[in-house]
Write a protein that binds this ligand. Structure first.
Ligand code: CDP
Length: 225
């Protein structure tokens, strides 16, 4: 008889630079689960639309490009067709465009099936803004990860400096606050904590501590009747 137990999903949502990606990757590695960086999909869609010269204010135009995109995650690299876009999608212009096109319902719908297709045994850790609310509402564990805007700006600053990129704290803080407002205020899949998500404020908590907390919560959720 086929096993009807759904593949477990851990949904980790939260604002920009809250550490979702790092925590999700580490939790996935600990459990031997797959990992979905949903933000990378929105970034890839935005980059492809920019390259195609599409009107970034037109949902239909961007969603048409999104639907035909051949995006592949190969270990820690992301490709569109044969082109490696791992670094290109992290550029500031793409971050802003991603946040802009992510507000479009057709673009979001175009990425939905792709995200759900990544739910493969033995399990998936998915990070984003609407993993628990829209994409995987039946996730066994939902986490809403956050930290103060100042701490998030400092983390992003450190990340950029480590990559040898120039960064200004004041500009980063302003960018984070603008993105928070845009992601929370949009009418489709706004960034918000679901009622059944566990809120983890990581201000002042090192990654290791957050990973331990998530693993303990997962263990408990699996044991729950
Ligand atoms: O690195 P950061 O957390 O700033 O961004 P990201 O997770 O890579 O996502 C890039 C953009 O895509 C965000 O600003 C969101 O607007 C959007 N996004 C979304 O709307 N829904 C998701 N599930 C993931 C990202």
């Amino acid at each position: 008889m086929a096993d009807s137990t759904p593949v477990p999903v851990i949904a980790i949502d939260g604002p920009s630079a809250s550490g979702k990606g790092t925590v999700a990757l580490r939790v996935a590695a600990e459990l031997g689960f797959h990992y979905l960086d949903s933000g990378a999909l929105y970034r890839a869609a935005a980059l492809a639309a920019m390259k195609a010269g599409a009107n970034l204010e037109n949902d239909l135009e961007v969603s048409r490009i999104t639907l035909t995109l051949n995006i592949n995650f190969i270990r820690d690299r992301i490709k569109i067709g044969n082109q490696d876009v791992t670094e290109a999608i992290r550029e500031e212009s793409v971050s802003n465009a991603a946040s802009q096109v992510a507000a479009f319902p057709k673009v979001r719908a175009a990425l939905l099936t792709r995200q759900r297709a990544l739910r493969q045994p033995p399990g998936l850790v998915a990070d984003g803004r609407d993993m628990g609310s829209v994409v995987f509402p039946d996730a066994v564990l939902k986490i809403f990860l956050t930290a103060s805007p100042e701490e998030r700006a400092a983390r992003r600053h450190k990340q950029l400096m480590e990559k040898g990129m120039d960064a200004n704290m004041t500009a980063l803080l302003q960018d984070i606050q603008e993105r928070d407002t845009r992601d929370s205020a949009r009418s489709v899949a706004p960034l918000q904590k679901c009622a059944d998500a566990v809120l983890l404020d990581t201000t002042g908590v090192p990654v290791e501590g957050v990973v331990t907390q998530v693993l303990a919560l997962y263990k408990r959720a699996r044991q729950a009747p």
